[in-house]
Design a protein around this ligand. Structure first.
Ligand SMILES: NC(=O)c1ccc[n+]([C@@H]2O[C@H](COP(=O)([O-])OP(=O)(O)OC[C@H]3O[C@@H](n4cnc5c(N)ncnc54)[C@H](O)[C@@H]3O)[C@@H](O)[C@H]2O)c1
Length: 268
């Protein structure tokens, strides 16, 4: 699908990957309705866009709030006229603890934003996308959605649910004008730990020493824009995601043990 003159709803547009996707869409001649829990991030972005700021409309809402999500199509169509694409990017991680130590409040929060938030947005906007000459849905899953990461098991389950939902939806929509893309980013340098209200399992000093390679959110955004243009179903974003996808396919046990060993020292 061409980006130029198309309107995209982007959730979590105020920070990290969502912010970069928004900038990339606007740079390619599209318009964005940015949805975020935190209005300030969206307002900052609008300022940063300068003369292009008119191409971003701001919508403060939690994707985990079904009623608020159901009100969005009317509000956004009033601002933008129509919607051609939906990018479900808003997401949070869980506290770095084992399932045995994870309370139901944290579980509900993660499933509520990552899985139900994505589902509510799809249910709200798909009828609008089906009315358009061409449409697109992008769901941001995670490398953790196909590879088990101890200490993030419920996060991984929420992202695996996003993966299967996307793949099922793609098959259901095969004879329609709406394409589906699911993205599996590897480690990306954003403020997701802080924004999710959780403590990093590593001290800042240890993290610097560990030198875990990360990609920039702008790199992920580039791949997302290309996937929309090429109507690509799966995107493995980052060397780690590409590599672990191959290893996991060759030997799920080997891949699972490799990550389990790496996480062992971080999980008490
Ligand atoms: N950063 C990584 O390493 C990484 C890796 C794989 C996948 N991802 C996924 O990428 C997506 C974007 O994450 P990011 O790293 O850019 O994080 P981020 O924290 O920088 O950005 C997430 C944005 O989503 C918003 N948000 C959170 N909960 C929301 C809600 N209930 N309703 C509306 N907005 C909400 C936040 O306010 C924030 O602006 C997430 O789905 C995340 O799971 C990130």
């Amino acid at each position: 699908m061409k980006i130029q003159n198309k309107v995209f709803v982007v959730t979590g547009a105020g920070s990290g990957i969502g912010r970069e996707i928004t900038k990339a869409i606007i740079a390619s001649g599209g318009k964005v309705a940015g949805v975020d829990l935190r209005k300030e991030g969206l307002q900052e972005l609008k300022k940063e866009l300068g003369g292009q700021g008119d191409n971003l409309s701001i919508h403060e809402a939690s994707v985990a709030d079904k009623k608020a999500v159901e009100a969005l199509p009317k509000e956004i169509i009033k601002d933008q006229g129509h919607v051609d694409g939906l990018i479900n990017n808003a997401g949070i991680i869980q506290p770095f603890v084992k399932v045995n130590d994870l309370d139901y409040d944290a579980i509900d929060r993660v499933m509520g934003v990552n899985f139900y938030g994505t589902l509510y947005m799809i249910k709200a906007f798909l009828p609008e996308l089906l009315k358009r000459p061409e449409g697109n849905i992008v769901n941001i899953s995670s490398m953790g959605g196909f590879l088990p990461v101890p200490g993030q098991s419920v996060y991984g389950a929420s992202k695996a649910a996003v993966k299967l939902l996307s793949e099922g939806l793609s098959s259901e929509l095969i004879d329609t004008n709406v394409g589906v893309t699911v993205v599996f980013p590897g480690a990306t340098s954003t403020n997701i730990t802080k924004n999710s209200g959780v403590k990093s399992p590593m001290s800042e000093e240890d993290a610097k020493k560990a030198k875990i390679p990360t990609q920039s959110p702008a790199d992920v955004a580039k791949l997302v824009v290309r996937a929309i243009q090429n109507n690509q179903l799966r995107v493995y974003a980052g060397k780690d995601s590409k590599f672990m996808n191959k290893i996991y396919r060759l030997s799920p046990d080997y891949a699972t043990n490799l990550i389990a060993k790496q996480m062992k020292s971080l999980l008490k």
